[in-house]
Design a binder for this molecule. Structure first.
Ligand code: PXP
Length: 256
């Protein structure tokens, strides 16, 4: 059993804010406050704050980034698509971590992993710029596929984040779920053998976390957003983060 650290993705706190205030830029009573949310996650023991600056700015706004970078005490993990505009923002911001993700405008959330193998030529200069000029530790968000893992190592990315969406979407107890866990286990072992740090995320929740931890070795960091923000509606954000950390650190089952 390993005990990875927790990065809390607070994009959906911004989603809630934008639902009301996107068209009211002058409003004085904007809520919920994204910075307060980040600080609550840190108070509860999160090791990092993760946000995704999307090209369409559907949740996080540019102004949020500078504030988060200044105020948080842990580390900022900025998810970004490989577009010149967003890469330039990341290089200037110099967050501790960046995670390159695929992005298309129609998707509701990040749907699949980055095709590192197919996009090798475009990714190489971006990884160089983010690490050399931006001073960031670069992660590639990829499916648990051996070709993608090997390509990440060849491209010189020190970290991969394994996409757990297919695992999360498979029914508990189903053969599909077992197969996805096995893919994740193999990808993690391959990545570790190539010297990569292994992170994971997408679709993780209070139910599916423990089976993942039991099956997949080497996990250094998990990035979890939607389920924590959803649980916060009922128990508050600090408690929601604490509950997730409790699951990460203990062997007992479910809080609910
Ligand atoms: N990791 C990455 C790279 C993501 O793109 C996302 C979703 O934005 C997450 C983790 C968090 O996923 P979820 O909100 O489903 O927990």
């Amino acid at each position: 059993m390993n005990s990875p650290t927790l990065g809390v993705n607070i994009d959906h706190v911004a989603t809630l804010r934008q639902a009301r205030y996107a068209r009211l830029p002058e409003a004085h009573n904007v809520e919920p406050d994204l910075i307060a949310a980040a600080l609550a996650c840190e108070r509860a023991g999160a090791s990092g704050i993760t946000v995704h600056l999307r090209a369409d700015r559907r949740h996080l706004q540019d102004a949020d980034l500078g504030r988060l970078q200044t105020v948080i005490q842990t580390k900022l993990n900025l998810e970004l698509g490989n577009t010149p505009e967003i890469v330039a923002i990341a290089v200037a911001l110099r967050p501790a971590d960046v995670c390159l993700v695929p992005e298309n405008r129609q998707e509701i959330t990040t749907e699949g992993g980055l095709d590192a193998a197919g996009l090798r030529a475009e990714l190489a200069p971006t990884i160089r710029a983010l690490s050399a000029e931006g001073g960031a530790r670069v992660s590639l968000f990829i499916d648990p596929d051996p070709l993608q893992v090997r390509t990440a190592a060849e491209l010189g990315a020190p970290v991969i984040e394994l996409h757990t969406g297919a695992y999360a979407n498979a029914a508990p107890g189903s053969p599909a779920r077992a197969a996805e866990l096995e893919r994740l286990r193999r990808a993690s072992e391959l990545g570790a053998s190539l010297g990569l740090q292994i992170n994971a995320g997408h679709g993780l929740n209070y139910e599916n976390l423990r089976p993942l931890l039991c099956a997949v070795p080497n996990l250094a960091e998990l990035n979890i957003g939607h389920s924590i923000v959803s649980r916060a509606v009922f128990v508050g954000l600090e408690n929601a983060v604490r509950e997730m950390l409790g699951l990460l650190r203990s062997n007992d089952g479910n809080f609910r």
